[in-house]
Every structure is written in C-alpha cells, then in structure tokens.
Design a binder for this molecule. Structure first.
Ligand SMILES: Cc1cc2nc3c(=O)[nH]c(=O)nc-3n(C[C@H](O)[C@H](O)[C@H](O)COP(=O)(O)OP(=O)(O)OC[C@H]3O[C@@H](n4cnc5c(N)ncnc54)[C@H](O)[C@@H]3O)c2cc1C
Length: 476
C-alpha cells in the first residue's frame, strides 16, 4: 500500500461511509480498472468512493483538490474510449448510488434525474407516462452521467439528435467543491455562456454531473421496421440523403455491411426472415424504422419508404413483423460484441457529412486493402457516423490504418469520434489531427474549471503536469 493511503481511505470513509469506499488493492476494485474499449487501457484506482448526495461529492472534490489527487467519474463503465480508466494514483467516483429519477414532469416534458440512472431505468419510467427520452445508444446499461460526459448518440439521433440536444440543464460539482446549476426545465436561454453545452461531452474533465434535466418527447405508439438489402454499399450510402430529403423522418436509419451482418447472424442466430438467395447476394443492408401516432399514418409512411428504397436500388424491401424487427435492432445494437468476438483489434467511430459517406467508405476500403487489413462495419448512416471494426494483428500496421482512416475522415470534413469520445485511446489520433490553437484554448478552459488539474487528467488531451503526491509515489 502506498504512503498516505490509510489516511486517504479514512477521509473518504468520513465522506461516504466506510461501506461505500473500496480500497484499490481489494479484488472488488478490479471492475473499476477498465471500460469496454477493445484492447483498451486498464489501471486499478487507489480507491473507489460511492457518494449518495451532491454534498458528499462536494466534500470529495474539496478534499481531492486540496490533496492534488486525480478523480475520475464512472457510470456503468460501458464506454469505448478508456475515458473512465483512472490515471496513476487516481480515485474513481462511482455514481451507482446516485440513481434516483427525481421527477417526471408531464407539463414541461422533462425528467430530472441523478447521474447514475441507467437508460433502461429511464426508458421504463418514461413509458409509464407515455413519454420517451429518445437518446438510444446501443448499451441500455449506460448511465445518464456517462451519456452526458460522452455526448452519447446512438440509433435515434437521426430524428431526435444526440445527448447535446436532449439535456436542458445540469447540476454539477466543480473541482473546487463548488456546486452550480446551469439551464433547467426551459427550452430557451440567451443568458450568458452556455455552461451546460460546454460540460456535455467533456468526458469528466471539467466537472462532475450530479443531476440532469432531460428533455422528453411524446412516445409514438406505432412502428414499422423495413429491411432493404442492396447489391453494394455505395448504393446504400448514396440512398441515405435521399431518404432523409423525402421528409419521412425515420427514427433509425442504420446500415450494416455484408461481413458484419454475417458475424451478427453467426453470433446471435438471428433469422432475417428474407429469402436465403437475397440475403447471400446482398453486400449491404439498410434498416429503416418509422414511428407514428397511429397505424394509418405509419402504414402510409412504410409504403412510401418501400417505394423510395426500391427506386434507390434496393434488391427488395421487407417490412418486418414486430418480433423480428426488435430482434434485428437488438442484433444491430450488439454488432460491437460480434466484432469483438470475431477478433477485431479496434473500432472507430468516425463521422463525416452524410453526403461524403460514399467517398469515405471508398477510402476506407482502399486503406484496408493497402495495409492487408479487414475494415468492415455498420453504423448510424443517417448521421454519417460509421462504426468500423479493424482486423489487424500487427500493432504498427494497425496504427497506420487507424491514422489513415481518421485522416481520410478529417479531409472530408469529419471528426475522430462522433459519440464514443476521445478518452485515452483515441487521444493520439485526435491530437495529431486537431488544430493546436484549439487544444491550447481547451487547456485554458480546463484550467478555469479545474485549476489543480485533477479531473480525469489524461483524458481527451494531457494537462500540464501537476502530479499528485499519490501519483508520484505510485510511479516510483
Ligand atoms: C455494446 C455497446 C454499444 C454501444 N453503442 C453506443 C452507441 O450506439 N452510441 C454511443 O454513443 N455509445 C455507445 N456505446 C458506448 C457507451 O455505452 C457510451 O459511451 C455511454 O455514454 C457510456 O456510459 P457509462 O455510464 O457506461 O459511462 P462510463 O463508461 O462509466 O464513463 C464514460 C465517461 O463519462 C464520465 N462520467 C461518468 N459519469 C459522470 C458524471 N456523473 N459526471 C461527469 N463525468 C462522468 C467518465 O469519467 C468517462 O469519461 C456502446 C457501448 C457498448 C458496450
């Protein structure tokens, strides 16, 4: 045990109770050393604390700033960029006990929630009120705190936007222990800087979220899910802007390439419910989900979408019955696990303007074949957001492939990560491509929020060195 640890553990226990503090060398700490990133970093924190109230978070941050100890927030650890992995000598603050849905406000269409509430819990609760929180990343065990910190997106962003468009207000604890509120149950504000938007997507480096006011929508009760196989991926990516231009407002517009679909079918036993010869001929699939207030409107939209998809080159169009449709969406959500099982070395989460997708996919194919690597995937086609699994066992070659993929995306007007975040694993690629003037500005913003540099240092970019005594000792 490193020097100073017994004292630190005692002080953490005084804040949250001894039963809510896990020493870093206990077996129970192992789960907090990693997230779900493929081949991502792993590091055991020196301690884990599970506060129950914003006041306890305030006390924790005041202590951490005074002692210069790094603090990394953790939701469910489902992140895909290593952002919840603590730096050396760091404490993890787990929000699993701050998991209350404080209010569902039917008049203002908002939910007030603590950060440890999971998407699954919120989905169940909002359904009871005929409302929905429409941000739908594949992993329903993820927490609202984690979603806010990563600006999570997911399948329904094509209609409802990402987390950024669906968070109206925050209560956060600053590194100094001060607590502030920004925004609220209001949909407009022209009053000072928008701190809510600055904190969303900051990956736990600016402040700790202790409460969020979320925008809810009316839950549309009728759905139709269309599956359209295509002879090639380019036709799919060219079809996407036209489908959106038609005004059908799909809630999901997802593509899956042939190899990824084969892996999904192999892993999940999914029955697509389409003729074998069509399935085998298809090089790519488009999934279109439509939602409406009543069956008549939904049927009319499904007919229009089907005719449009055929005109845009689909081999055929299948309207899937409810059960099959849900299985397909679930299987698409699990594409990550299929890629992991198949041995993917990394997953990229690049976004380009949707009109640039055909060019990006062509570039990705060329990069893969030049470096003898398999590059396949699926993604949120309506957002120009491509999740590519890269298969390459040589680390040097892998790094070239990754660099070139990100550079190709950047040239087309895209960015390194659409929704998973930069964290620790995408940081080298991000720093390579990002304007240094912007990084310097971000460092100054971080300094203003977090003068001692203790909030998740090393995520997104490196802060100027300000090692904690514990970090320095741990490094010895
Ligand atoms: C199978 C699978 C599919 C996925 N699909 C998608 C997808 O479609 N779209 C998508 O966007 N993501 C997807 N993800 C990634 C992941 O679910 C999201 O990044 C999610 O937002 C992480 O939430 P979490 O609670 O697990 O956060 P964690 O992984 O625990 O943490 C993520 C970040 O949030 C910070 N954080 C957590 N709580 C707080 C808080 N209270 N205050 C400040 N910072 C905090 C952490 O420090 C870290 O930086 C997927 C993951 C898996 C495993």
């Amino acid at each position: 045990m490193i020097r100073g640890m017994p004292d630190l553990l005692k002080r953490l226990a005084m804040i949250a109770g001894a039963e809510n503090v896990i020493p870093g060398d206990s077996p129970a700490a192992a789960d907090f050393a990693h997230d779900e990133t493929l081949n991502g970093p792993a590091r055991q924190p020196v301690a884990i604390i599970k506060p129950e109230t914003p006041d306890q978070v305030t006390e924790l941050m005041a202590l951490a700033t005074a002692a210069g100890v790094p603090v990394t927030a953790r939701g469910s650890g489902s992140g895909l960029s290593g952002a919840a992995v603590p730096p050396a000598g760091g404490i993890v603050v787990s929000f699993e006990r701050m998991n209350k849905i404080v209010e569902i406000d039917e008049t203002n269409h908002v939910a007030v929630v603590q950060p440890g509430v999971t998407l699954q819990e919120l989905e169940q609760k909002t359904a009871e009120h005929g409302l929905v929180y429409p941000v739908y990343p594949g992993e329903m065990s993820a927490t609202i705190g984690g979603n806010i910190a990563t600006n999570a997106g997911g399948m329904q962003a094509v209609r409802y936007g990402v987390t950024r468009e669906n968070v109206l207000g925050l209560q956060v604890v600053l590194a100094t222990g001060e607590i502030i509120r920004s925004g609220g149950a209001i949909v407009k504000s022209s009053t000072g800087y928008d701190l809510t938007q600055l904190i969303i997507g900051s990956e736990g480096t600016l402040a700790l979220v202790t409460e969020a006011t979320l925008r809810l929508r009316t839950r549309l009760p009728v759905r139709a899910t269309l599956l359209a196989p295509f002879n090639d991926l380019d036709t799919v990516t060219r079809a996407v802007p036209e489908i959106l231009a038609a005004g059908l407002q799909p809630t999901m517009l997802e593509y899956v390439d042939q190899l990824s679909m084969a892996a999904i079918i192999f892993n999940t036993g999914l029955e697509l419910g389409i003729p074998d010869n069509v399935r085998d001929a298809a090089q790519a699939f488009l999934i279109v989900r439509l939602e409406q207030r009543d069956a008549e409107r939904c049927d009319a939209d499904a007919i229009d979408a089907g005719l449009l998809l055929e005109r845009l080159g689909a081999i055929d169009v299948y309207v899937l019955p409810g059960e099959a449709a849900n299985s397909l969406i679930q299987a698409r959500e699990n594409a990550f696990w299929s890629a992991k099982k198949a041995g993917a070395a990394d997953i990229i989460d690049i976004v380009v303007p949707r009109g640039a997708m055909p060019k990006f996919m062509a570039a990705a194919r060329a990069i893969g074949s030049e470096h003898e690597s398999i590059v396949v995937g699926s993604g949120h086609a309506g957002d120009g957001n491509v999740h590519l699994a890269v298969f390459q066992t040589d680390e040097k070659v892998l790094s070239h492939v990754m660099n070139e993929l990100f550079a190709a995306g950047k040239r087309l007007g895209g960015v390194v990560s659409a929704e998973h975040g930069v964290g620790r694993t995408k940081k080298p690629y991000y720093l390579e491509l990002e304007d240094p003037v912007k990084i310097a500005l971000m460092r100054r913003i971080k300094e203003a929020f977090d003068p001692a540099g203790i909030l998740n240092p090393g995520a997104v970019f490196d802060v100027a060195e300000s090692p904690s005594p514990l970090a320095a000792e741990a490094a010895l």
